[in-house]
Design a protein around this ligand. Structure first.
Ligand code: ADP
Length: 483
């Protein structure tokens, strides 16, 4: 194992261009979720290291902000190239610490690189405005400036690409960053530091601190030198970070939880709907914020959909992400497994029918069988709670308006999907769904060129696309008088 990636696996933090241990010398063990083996350690850093990283990021910002868009664009392009040159090694490192199938890890690295390339291009397009003045003797100019030091907190499910969506626009805008990755998957994040150093991004532009989430998060949100917090993770932690940021009124981007509905109408192309359902459910073993949480299927097609969906689910190959042809890896940890078991148990107790799966996989560890559950009802916990596992509850509905109402019956509003061949319905339903992203006859919609983000308690701000850069820029109005 780790033939290709050893040079990218760094067991230290990056602060001001130095690779350092925690001040206390303490470390945290990182394990492989496929077999529980310890694969290495990382520094158990806290407030002091974070404060130092912020101070250095702030100092570096004074010079980095003055580089030209062209210089930053070129560096980002180099970072993209370095990522693609190391795609296999980075994917291997990710599968080792995260568990996802190697093919998915490779795809994530490609997506990370694509985000960086996109923002290297966008870096040159930070335009301002000249606004027609209401005064004859004054002119009105609008410019955009980098917000300053950015605190970026990322989760374990997409340990590389969630960071690319933050580092890319931050650096393109002229901001410096202090990154706090999840302790479960730190190496994919630290590898950004290794490659950034290799291609010549100045010291102190990217700083990475691992360890105590509360301590690091507290400092990032409380320190007045940090001007923006960008976070991907759970809604409860997002709310906490919003509260903690209030005292210093920081700019915020929050990509929080989802409870994605997937509506299947009688008039859909069934095969296409099932293919989309498999992709939108089982990617990353169901551990993505845009994975379908609830399938709502119209009565006329309900039985046929459930049968075919279960049939395809049974075919999925479960195993170590390193094994050939594996489509579903382990869950990230015991806590995740316990949550899935609880939700399936609750549904079973309330009368749901387990069509396939419904238990731990014979491989043991945190592997769970791809599971399809029929006769799901709104009283079952997964109607409201995020499953984050390979479990597909299928609810039944009769009327279009019921489907829209049920789909919207959640505090979340990230991604949703629906399948229909009827053009009028496609517009009605799309407009009726209170979500930030809609897939019509598509189960996988993420791309760097489109805005990713949610409404309601799924968060605020958008990542990727032309909208993604504005999150890292302040608008400045300049009035020039006495002409
Ligand atoms: P998940 O349930 O998917 O692990 P979390 O929201 O707990 O989602 O984690 C996402 C990121 O937020 C991780 O990097 C985690 O360490 C971090 N995190 C968790 N608690 C806090 C906190 N109190 N302050 C700052 N960051 C936190």
């Amino acid at each position: 194992m780790l033939q290709k990636s050893h040079h990218l696996k760094r067991e230290a933090n990056l602060i001001g261009g130095e690779w350092v241990a925690a001040g206390s010398g303490k470390t945290i063990e990182v394990t492989n979720p496929a077999n529980g083996e310890v694969i290495g350690t990382i520094p158990d850093a806290g407030v002091e290291e974070t404060r130092r990283a912020i101070a250095i990021a702030h100092e570096t910002f004074q010079t980095w902000r003055k580089t030209t868009a062209d210089e930053r664009a070129r560096l980002l392009r180099k970072l993209h190239d370095a990522f693609m040159d190391n795609q296999d090694a980075l994917a291997e490192l990710m599968t080792l610490e995260q568990g996802k199938p190697l093919a998915e890890a490779r795809a994530e690295i490609a997506q990370s690189a694509a985000q960086i390339l996109w923002f290297s291009e966008e870096a040159r397009r930070v335009y301002g405005d000249v606004i027609p003045s209401p005064w004859g003797d004054r002119r009105i100019m609008v410019t955009k400036e980098p917000v300053g030091v950015v605190g970026a907190i990322t989760p374990w499910n997409f340990p590389s690409s969630m960071l690319s969506r933050k580092i890319g626009p931050a650096l393109a805008a002229g901001c410096t960053v202090v990154v706090k990755p999840a302790v479960q998957t730190p190496y994919s994040a630290l590898a950004w530091g290794v490659l950034a150093e290799e291609i010549g991004i100045p010291k102190g532009v990217i700083n990475i601190v691992t360890g105590d989430a509360k301590a690091i998060g507290g400092e990032l949100t409380g320190n007045p030198l940090v001007r923006k917090i960008t976070f991907t993770g759970s809604t409860p932690v997002g709310k906490l970070l919003i509260k903690q940021s209030a005292d210093t009124v920081k700019k915020l981007s929050m990509e929080l939880g989802g409870n994605a509905p997937f509506l299947v109408f009688d008039d859909c192309d069934l095969d296409r709907a099932v293919t989309g359902a498999i992709a939108a459910k089982y990617r990353n073993a169901g551990q993505t914020c845009v994975c379908t949480n609830r399938f709502y299927v119209q009565s006329g097609i309900y039985d046929a959909f459930v049968e075919k969906f279960a049939q395809e689910s049974r075919k999925l190959k479960v195993g170590s992400g390193f094994d050939q042809g594996v489509q579903q890896g382990p869950l990230i940890d015991d806590k995740a497994l316990a949550k899935v078991e609880e939700l399936v148990g609750d549904a079973r107790d309330k009368g749901a029918k387990i069509v396939t799966g419904g238990k731990r996989h014979e491989l043991g560890g945190t592997f769970y069988e791809p599971t399809v559950i029929a006769d799901a009802t709104q009283e079952m916990r997964f109607a409201k709670e995020e499953i984050f596992g390979p479990v597909a509850p299928v609810f039944r509905f009769d009327k279009e308006e019921d489907a829209i109402r049920l789909a919207n019956d959640t505090e979340f509003g990230l991604a949703c999907y629906f399948y229909t061949q009827d053009l009028g319905r496609a517009f009605r339903v799309s407009e009726g769904l209170k979500y930030g992203m809609v897939g019509i006859n598509e189960g996988i919609i993420t791309t760097e060129v489109a805005p990713f983000g949610g409404v309601k308690e799924s968060g605020m701000g958008r990542e990727g696309s032309k909208y993604g850069l504005d999150e890292y820029l302040d608008v400045k109005y300049v009035c020039i008088g006495g002409l």
